[in-house]
Design a protein around this ligand. Structure first.
Ligand code: BDR
Ligand code: CA
Length: 314
């Protein structure tokens, strides 16, 4: 089997952290070429640092990590410390990272990497889409070189940052519009899917039982991050948004999806960042997204538990 080449654009963030662990556990399936970071859950200075701490914890200090855009295209940055804590990784404490931050800007890394490729690299986006949007504006030709974008973002029904909008698209709706209209094959993993992937106490028990530094970090992060969603939605545990993107790359058969035209609201303050999904093709617009609608949650948690166990091996 040839490993799928991917770049991960993220804003760690507790669920981004678990997504990185999942991606790094199966190098025979996913070849992570680099990690780009963006301002989102916490400011850029923290997301880039967190990405380095997490790679070191996962034993991958060799990975190149890039810092990208420190603010959205037009709107002021909105962060999510209420969910992820002040550091972005509250609930655990990791040593200062020793691995370097690359000097190249994340946008230039994206342009260079995709332009040089043969069109075989997938981009997993786990945060606001600012880095990719700027890369598209700076070098539009990269669009033809991106195999696929698999994006955590958007909501089919209710949002989480406003009643209409999901956090990643709300933070930078103009960037999302650039990405959605770029003609790049795109799979959208919305909140409606990730809210099906709840880390219940029983699922967390299986991860805790692995009893390693990485399982302890996973559970520590989720114990903290779960509080917000459990209080807000009455869930029995936190939903793991970003890891669903990586699971989609590893096991697409866990998911069902349909093709549809997706637009994002960029003008109305009331519904800013809302994804409008034309499920029944009433606009006659050609589909621009593969919209995921369900996940096989038990299979997903078995995969995640296996990943944490694998990363825990000496
Ligand atoms: C998304 O927003 C962030 O808080 C999470 O990391 C995830 O990417 C969920 O709406
Ligand atoms: Ca994220």
């Amino acid at each position: 089997m040839v490993a799928k080449a991917i770049v991960i654009d993220c804003d760690p963030g507790a669920d981004d952290a678990i997504a990185l662990f999942l991606a790094l556990a199966f190098p025979e399936q996913l070849n992570v070429l680099g990690i780009t970071t963006v301002a989102g859950n916490v400011p850029l200075s923290l997301t880039q640092k967190n990405a380095r701490c997490l790679c070191e914890l996962a034993g991958r200090a060799d990975l190149p990590i890039y810092a990208g855009c420190s603010r959205p295209l037009l709107r002021p940055l909105i962060t999510a410390e209420d969910v992820h804590g002040k550091t972005g990784l509250d609930g655990i404490s990791l040593p200062e990272p020793q691995m370097p931050l690359q000097s190249q800007h994340a946008v230039d890394f994206l342009i260079e990497t995709f332009t040089r490729s043969t069109g075989n690299i997938t981009l997993a986006t786990l945060g606001p889409l600012t880095n990719l949007a700027v890369a598209i504006v700076k070098q539009p030709a990269i669009c033809q070189h991106i195999h696929e974008i698999v994006m955590m973002g958007g909501a089919l029904t209710q949002g989480n940052i406003t009643p209409s909008a999901e956090f990643n698209l709300y933070v930078d709706p103009q960037a999302a519009q650039i990405v959605l209209t770029a003609g790049i094959p795109l799979t959208m993993v919305s909140l409606d899917v990730t809210h099906q992937a709840i880390a219940t106490p029983e699922r967390l028990r299986a991860i805790r039982a692995i009893n390693s530094p990485i399982s302890a970090a996973t559970v520590g992060l989720l114990d903290h991050y779960g509080v917000y969603d459990m209080q807000r939605y009455g869930f029995s545990g936190p939903p793991l948004h970003d890891p669903c993107v990586i699971a989609y790359l590893l096991q697409p058969d866990f998911f069902t999806s349909y093709q549809a035209y997706v637009a994002v609201e960029t003008t109305s303050e009331l519904t800013m960042g809302r994804t409008v999904v034309d499920r029944w093709h009433v606009t006659n617009q050609p589909p621009n997204a593969n919209v995921v609608e369900s996940i096989e949650a038990d299979g997903f948690y078995q995969l995640l538990t296996h990943a944490i166990a694998k990363l825990s091996e000496p």
